[in-house]
Design a protein around this ligand. Structure first.
Ligand SMILES: [Zn+2]
Length: 326
């Protein structure tokens, strides 16, 4: 059984596994999922057992993952009768065995552009597990707490990797991606149309663009990511369309000030050295045509579609098996 959310005792919040990953890598916070305790997100079920009745995590701390992260039952985990998380989806399957579909089934309906914030519950080791319903709110209402007080699928997320995993792991189910809605800011579209191949970026602004990485350059001031596919574009005065390269720049200053700097550097340095096929996903900027000086002939310039990434929270480099053929 895969869990989309779990209750985290120390934060007194229900978290998605993507929230947990974000917390693990955040250097401004003290959080290590290996030392945290997670329990069933169903309030009634959780209240029936003590805090020793816990869930495990899968791919919570792995910077580069291929298989979909999730919470899972441990061999010792108990659920009350009727708890939706206690029922194995495929009867006869052995818990813990790799029998489940390796895909993200919980599609957030919205990517929140404001990061979720957490307040840690004051340490009180003698306190018994609180009865749900009596909990005073621990988080000011002004903060984004989309999952608080719910035991169902979270329908909003502030972690970009979550909708990206939905898209990547379900790429073979085009109909599903066309059906599922995604809202970012004021714009709502299906997953299928919100995720735009980089070569078609002229179709629409403000989408999630993605493409296969051709090369990553490590410069003094920045990283440059070159995409394999080109944009076909007809410039004014030209008779027909010509192919233009596409790239994005990440300034080193942006990386150095990033709260997940270490994990990000591991991700991008691993990608530079990698022989694997990697893909880049980003949201928030749309590459536009720029004239840059030619290296071979400094007098001349050439056109390239380029953008500067402004927020690393909305940027992912990853392996994405199955994407190439689509
Ligand atoms: Zn349960």
């Amino acid at each position: 059984m895969k869990f989309d959310t779990a209750y985290c005792i120390s934060l007194d919040e229900k978290l998605s596994i993507y929230d947990v990953r974000d917390l693990n890598f955040d250097e401004t916070l003290v959080f290590d999922s290996a030392k945290e305790s997670f329990q069933c997100p169903n309030d009634d079920c959780r209240a029936a057992f003590d805090t020793a009745n816990q869930l495990g995590t899968f791919n919570a701390k792995n910077v580069n993952y291929i298989r979909t992260p999730h919470f899972k039952n441990l061999p010792s985990t108990l659920h009350i009768e009727g708890c939706p998380y206690g029922i194995s989806k495929s009867p006869g399957s052995i818990e813990g065995a790799a029998v489940e579909d390796d895909r993200e089934e919980h599609f957030p309906s919205e990517l929140l552009l404001t990061r979720r914030e957490y307040l840690r519950r004051p340490a009180n080791p003698t306190a018994a597990p609180q009865t749900p319903g009596n909990n005073p709110p621990v988080t000011p209402a002004s903060l984004q707490t989309p999952h608080a007080g719910r035991d169902t699928t979270p329908d909003k997320t502030s972690v970009f990797a979550h909708p990206v995993e939905c898209f990547v792991s379900n790429i073979d189910d085009k109909e599903l991606l066309k059906r599922m809605p995604l809202k970012i800011g004021e714009h709502t579209a299906s997953y299928a149309s919100f995720f735009k191949k980089i070569e078609y970026l002229l179709d629409n602004k403000g989408l999630i663009y993605w493409g296969k990485i051709k090369e990553i350059k490590d410069y003094t001031q920045s990283f440059r990511i070159d995409f394999e596919h080109k944009v076909w574009f007809k410039e004014e005065g030209e008779a027909k369309k010509k192919p233009y390269s596409v790239n994005v720049y990440l300034s080193k200053k942006l990386v150095d000030n990033y709260r997940k700097r270490k994990a990000f550097l591991e991700e991008i340095k691993g990608a530079i050295d990698s022989q694997r096929e990697l893909y880049c996903f980003f949201y928030g900027v749309t590459p536009t045509l720029k004239q840059v000086p030619s290296k071979k002939n400094p007098e001349a310039t050439f056109g390239v579609f380029s953008a500067n990434i402004e927020n690393l929270d909305h940027f992912v480099i990853r392996e994405a098996p199955g994407l190439e053929a689509k």
